[in-house]
Ligand binder design. Sequence first.
Ligand SMILES: C[C@H](O)CC(=O)C(=O)O
Ligand SMILES: [Mn+2]
Length: 339
Amino acid sequence: MGKRSFEILDVTLRDGSHAMKHAFTEEQVRETARGLDQAGVTYFEVTHGDGLGGSSLQYGLSAVDELKLIEAAVEECKSSQVSVLLLPGIGVKEDLQEAVKVGAKMVRVATHVTEADVAAQHIALGRELGLKTIGFLMMAHMAPVEKIVEQGKLFESYGAEVVYVTDSAGYLLPHEVKERIAALKNELTCEVGFHGHNNLSMAMANTIAAVQAGATYIDGSLRCLGAGSGNTQTEVMVAVLERLGYNTGIDLYKIMDVANDVVAKYMHRPQEVTGSSLIMGYSGVYSSFLLHTQAAAQKFGVDERDILVELGKMKAVGGQEDLIYDVAQRFALKKSSLV
Ligand SMILES: C[C@H](O)CC(=O)C(=O)O
Ligand SMILES: [Mn+2]
């Protein structure tokens, strides 16, 4: 098949966990893992949507222990390798050691875009454990290009082999992705990656911009299964990038088969750009807040778009899920004082 132009890393079994309310079954994971492996994906990610240790009241309880799911995915693979996500503070170093015992071969250590310094020990541990180790700068729209370069350099100095620009809110436009990726490519010696969300229908355009600016790791999910409107659609990305003349190393029919015959069957709903996810992209809100916001809006009888616009103004970041309920309650009180 020749040398791949870049790695397409599939996040269906991790970012998709948000859309599945963290209720993946072992059988769903096994079937998806088998399909990804047969299609020729080098790496795919499995954990709770908020990474190792994410199962909690704050983020949502997992239906099945993530270590069991990681182990099941590993067992299904002949050549693909399983990655885990780790947000320092949500997951701890012991969680990573346990994931390695069941077969994880890659770790992506994720921090808010201005907080790379909290990842030093976790990145060092990833390298010590012999894992492919990646730094993941979330909410990348919230920092100017120079800040992203500064934070990327920190990740690289701790040992990250790839630094990601992560458009957690699906807010970035192609020219903004291009300038961020190009700046990291210029200033870092390690590889650069891109992870997109489709809240403004820009995920594919942003992915193309990232690749053209030099990204060599790009994320996607099957049928877009992910937080908010989901991610760049893996199987479509394969077709588009092959059309552009790149070698993805992935079999198009096989990746389509796992998307349509496996993932489409268990998705709770199609991944669409809805009123709420559109507002997330427009206001720069963390995509993982979607289902929490819908639940809060329902509980307090308020419009979920108002909550999201307010969270955007407050510049709320991952980990502040409790704010969603505060804001919803505030709107409900305001509404009741008006009647
Ligand atoms: C914990 C988040 O879901 C990580 C991610 O995929 C993003 O920020 O986007
Ligand atoms: Mn994501």
